[in-house]
Design a protein around this ligand. Structure first.
Ligand code: PLP
Length: 394
């Protein structure tokens, strides 16, 4: 179909979108309404961890759709229990609550911390978060985020989220008072421009929060589920947080998210937390397929080696073009351009002929790479060749 034949005008405006409509995808490739194909290094914003239309996910979705789609969140179902069991087996956490989006999982983490504070810390409710962090688009998670401008768009904000500086333990310590209940951070800031918290900082945070008897919450919506080369990014720093949230990769493209905690932190009482679709079997069956594939023998080793391959190749490119290097973990990486040409590169790369390549500039001076975790080195080479030809044309 021609672009003009789609009833695009009926969609509420929220952002500028290119005049193409995606119709299907497989693995690392997406296809549009004109039959043009795109090598996809965005993958739904680090969501499709197994690429487009993964066979195992399709199978799980089909099987479950025939069995049971929704019994109600007030009852147990088999996929919800199986996925929770898989997650606790492969993490340091004991309890799981399923949600539908990263923001909703983070809202749950905020509620759980506040409830714990009410119960054990004399009503402490403040959660220290970080400049340039991103925790979602609900009012509370926007308030928790340190994204410039987000304090005013929908003012007034939800109170109780003082901001510290990432990798600066003194800036955190300064904010701790009797009202503090938790520190919440992304182990790797994603939207902020792929900025990893150092191993040392994570360990200092764990030490500091223990010392003050406050909770450590990791938002692994983007860094979790194999993205950083380990199943969860907190595992890179050898610490155990109290609470973790997952989203994006856990569903591999379907709306699924999770809130996990240590047993002693799981203090919700009947009626405190819920949601119509929490733990619905259709989504958790897909999540079970995703996490099973990520934890299959050899898979994460493969992610680490492909991440290392991408890292080496980005460094070569940086050297060759006089850029400022690269950073990241696993298959969440950024190329530091040193100048504000990111958006221009993204557009030209998408519009290339005959094939396009989908890239993201999380900030104007860098490119963020978040391919499928099963991307091949051949596809990485292809992406780099296409990127080089875009750079030549600037
Ligand atoms: C994307 C993201 C969120 C929000 O997830 P949604 O599913 O869009 O609500 C929260 N935290 C981090 C770190 C993210 O990258």
């Amino acid at each position: 179909m021609n672009f003009n034949e789609y009833p695009i005008d009926s969609l509420m405006y929220i952002t500028n979108r290119p005049e193409i409509v995606f119709t299907h995808g497989k693995g690392s490739w997406l296809y549009d309404n004109n039959g043009k194909r795109y090598l996809d290094f965005i993958q739904g914003w680090a969501v499709n961890c197994l690429g487009h239309c993964n066979d195992g996910m399709i199978e799980a979705l089909n099987q479950q759709a025939k069995l049971l789609i929704n019994p109600s969140p007030a009852f147990y179902n088999e996929p919800m229990a199986k996925l929770a069991g898989l997650l606790t087996q492969h993490s340091c956490f004991d309890k799981v609550f399923f949600a539908n989006s990263g923001a909703e999982a983070n809202e749950g983490a905020i509620k759980l911390a506040r409830k714990w504070g009410r119960k054990f810390k004399d009503g402490a409710f403040e959660i220290i978060t970080f400049d340039h962090s991103f925790h979602g688009r609900t009012l509370a998670t926007m308030s928790a985020s340190g994204k410039p401008g987000w304090d005013t768009i929908y003012a007034p904000q939800v109170p109780g989220f003082p901001k510290a500086d990432l990798n600066d333990i003194a800036s955190v310590e300064k904010l701790i008072n009797a009202k503090t209940v938790a520190v919440m951070l992304e182990p790797i800031q994603g939207e902020g421009g792929v900025i990893p918290a150092t191993r040392e900082f994570m360990q200092q945070l764990r030490e500091l929060t223990k010392q003050h008897n406050i909770l450590l919450i990791v938002d692994e919506v983007q860094s979790g589920c194999g993205r950083a080369g380990t199943l969860f990014a907190y595992q890179l720093s050898g610490i155990e947080p109290d609470i973790m949230t997952l989203g994006k990769g856990i569903g591999g493209g379907v709306p699924l998210a999770a809130l996990l905690s240590k047993a002693e932190i799981a203090v919700f009482e009947a009626g405190d937390q819920g949601g119509t679709y929490n733990g619905n079997p259709l989504m958790t069956a897909v999540g079970y397929s995703v996490i099973s594939q990520l934890t299959a023998p050899g898979f994460l080793e493969g992610v680490r080696s492909r991440g290392e391959y991408l890292r080496t190749k980005l460094l070569e490119l940086s050297e060759e073009r006089g850029f400022k290097g690269e950073r990241g973990e696993g298959l969440l990486r950024a190329l530091l351009l040193g100048k504000d040409i990111g958006y221009q590169i993204v557009e030209k790369a998408r519009d290339m002929q005959p094939d396009g390549v989908l890239l993201n500039a999380a900030r104007p001076n860098l490119l963020r790479f978040m391919p499928a975790l099963n991307v091949t080195t051949g596809e990485i080479d292809q992406m780099l060749a296409m990127l080089r030809s875009v750079l030549d044309s600037l």
